[in-house]
Structure formats: C-alpha cells, structure tokens
Design a protein around this ligand. Sequence first.
Ligand code: IMP
Ligand code: MG
Length: 183
Amino acid sequence: MSAISTDPRLKGRAVERIAFDEATIARRCAELGEAITAAYPDGELLVLGLLKGSFIFLADLVRHIRRPLHVDFLVASSYGNATVSSGAVRLLYDPETSLEGKHLLLVEDIVDSGRTLQHLVTLLEARRPRSIEICALLHKHIATELRHPTRFIGFDAPSDFLVGYGLDHAEDFRHVPYVASLA
Ligand code: IMP
Ligand code: MG
C-alpha cells in the first residue's frame, strides 16, 4: 500500500484502496475468457469494445478466448451535462462490418446506471445480430436502466468511484494497471 500510494502514475494523488490488483484481474480475465469460449460453440463472434474505458480489459480478455473472433469498437455519444437521458444514444464511431447474423459481445469497463448499454443494445438489435451479450469488467448492481442481462461480469464493484485498468477520472489514470479508489 505504501509503495502504491507513491505510484508516479497518480499525479500526486494517494490511493485510498486497491479494489482489484493486477494478479486478481489477470486471473479473472482468464476465467471470463474460458466462459466466453464455452458460450460460443459456433457462429461468427464479433467482440465490440466500448471506447475508451474498455481498451485494456478487451486486450487482455480476447487473448483468453480460444475460438475465432473479430474485434471492433464503438464510440457512443455522451449525454453531456444532462443527468437524465434525453433519448437515444448516437454512435460517433460505428463498426463498418455488417452485424447481421453475428454473435455480438459488448465489452464495457463498468456498468453504473446501465443507461449507455441499454441504448446501445436497442440500437444494435435493429441490425439483426444472432445474439447480443454484455461482458463488463465491473458491475455496480444499481443498473436500473439496463433491461438486458449482463451475462459476463468480472467483479461486483464497490460504490466508490474507481480508476485504473481503463477507467478514468477526467481522462487521468486509465493506464494504471490495477483498479483503485482515490483518496
Ligand atoms: P452508465 O451508462 O451510467 O452505466 O455509465 C457507465 C459509464 O460511466 C462507464 O462506461 C464509465 O465510463 C463511467 N463510470 C461509471 N462509474 C465509474 C467509476 O466508478 N469510475 C470511472 N468511470 C465510471
Ligand atoms: Mg469514462
């Protein structure tokens, strides 16, 4: 803990608590990869990472999925300063390949309200995929707006604001290799 609180990546901030360390995350990625491999015995699998938060998790996860797959990314518009969603989410980057007939696996860093994912699932369903599932590194289990089940979950998240392993605070800390809450 003392070594971590002087981590030069943290801009002088101290870590309040390491929620999930590197070894714990690595073990869980291997388990999730195995579960995902078993869940897709056939068909085309397209792993869709939600940028930017999923970039490290996705990179680790796909290396544990032992079947053919393609990778693409989605960039969803944010809701700006509105605390309540005004309507459908917009895609700022949209995969160029057809989604029809494919198994889609959406990879997200953390499910909080679930609003973003619910809008994305609705939007992607219209492209007639064979299936849509969600894999989230972290889940706060307060997602009142997400009607679609989150089939693959890395960890139940504490209610603190978390950073690292892709998660940011004002774009800082994404490159921190563990998940922590800041003091
Ligand atoms: P939702 O649409 O409310 O589920 O918001 C999910 C998005 O909010 C995630 O993809 C993150 O970008 C962000 N987010 C939610 N909770 C946290 C957190 O604890 N740390 C960092 N980002 C978070
Ligand atoms: Mg974010």
